[in-house]
Write a protein that binds this ligand. Structure first.
Ligand code: 13P
Length: 256
């Protein structure tokens, strides 16, 4: 399986800035066959960047998309419109869940629409700080995982990526709010167990599981060596050229 390094640029960069930054990344990045580098710029920048990106080195992801293909849905962009522009889409990010009130039902429809449009969904799941404190982590993980994959058939499971992003570990500056490899390992096992229950071990084993939450060059190596972790979803550090390249190099090193 490839190692996935996905940079989520969130609401950062103008189209011009995004284009310059992409140019710099491409200049510094060799084409690695076993490391899949993906960046998720803002929706507005996707179309121009799709003409600029060298897809042998890097792929593009949308940060969101809407599940209906067309119609009276003011302000939305559909996965059918994104088809051909992006290869991946981040779906169910905690910022979508908690700021924009997306629930598992809506997320399931988005996952289905992405798959239908040949865009690989990166389904994000993860517990909040209080859910963890109340011992609800495994229930939350199961509900978000099974809720989000509700409409994914056995045949389509190999078109899906799962990202475990504990909400409490996102954008953290305090060491106490960083996920430890043991904490991640425990949840990755839970994810695999749930996938196995529904789809069987053979199919479940093929699903890449990424980790996200304050990943930086000094913790990337440790996170990438957690058993069952197949890549990283990176926010802040993906906006800094040297850090993003460093993490990609670490992924390459850890694999070889
Ligand atoms: P940070 O790496 O900034 O914590 O963001 C993680 C994230 O939300 C990526 O989707």
């Amino acid at each position: 399986m490839k190692t996935y390094i996905v940079g989520n640029w969130k609401l950062n960069f103008t189209v011009g800035e995004a284009s310059i930054y992409l140019h710099k990344i491409l200049k510094n990045l060799p084409a690695y066959r076993d490391v899949e580098v993906v960046v998720a710029p803002s929706l507005l920048a996707l179309q121009p960047l799709s003409l600029q990106v060298d897809r042998r080195k890097m792929k593009l992801a949308a940060q969101n998309g809407f599940y209906r293909d067309y119609g009276a849905f003011t302000g939305e962009v559909s996965f059918s419109q994104l088809r051909g522009i992006v290869d991946y889409a981040i779906i169910g990010h905690s910022e979508r869940r908690y700021v924009f009130r997306e629930d598992d039902k809506m997320i399931a429809k988005k996952v289905e629409a992405a798959v239908r449009n040949r865009i690989t969904p990166i389904l994000c799941i993860g517990e909040t700080e209080s859910e963890r404190a109340f011992g609800e982590t495994s229930d939350v993980i199961r509900d978000q995982l099974m809720g989000g994959l509700r409409d994914v058939s056995d045949d389509d499971l190999d078109k899906v990526i799962i990202a475990y992003e504990p909400v409490w570990a996102i954008s953290s500056t305090k060491a106490s709010k960083l996920a430890t490899p043991d904490e991640i390992s425990e949840v990755v096992k839970l994810i695999k167990k749930n996938l196995t229950e529904i789809y069987g071990a053979k199919l479940a084993d093929e699903v890449p599981i990424l980790f996200g939450g304050s990943v930086n060059p000094s913790n990337a190596g440790a996170y990438l060596t957690v058993p069952g972790v197949n890549g990283l979803l990176i926010g802040g550090a993906s906006l800094i050229l040297s850090e993003f390249i460093d993490i990609i190099d670490t992924a390459k090193r850890v694999r070889s």
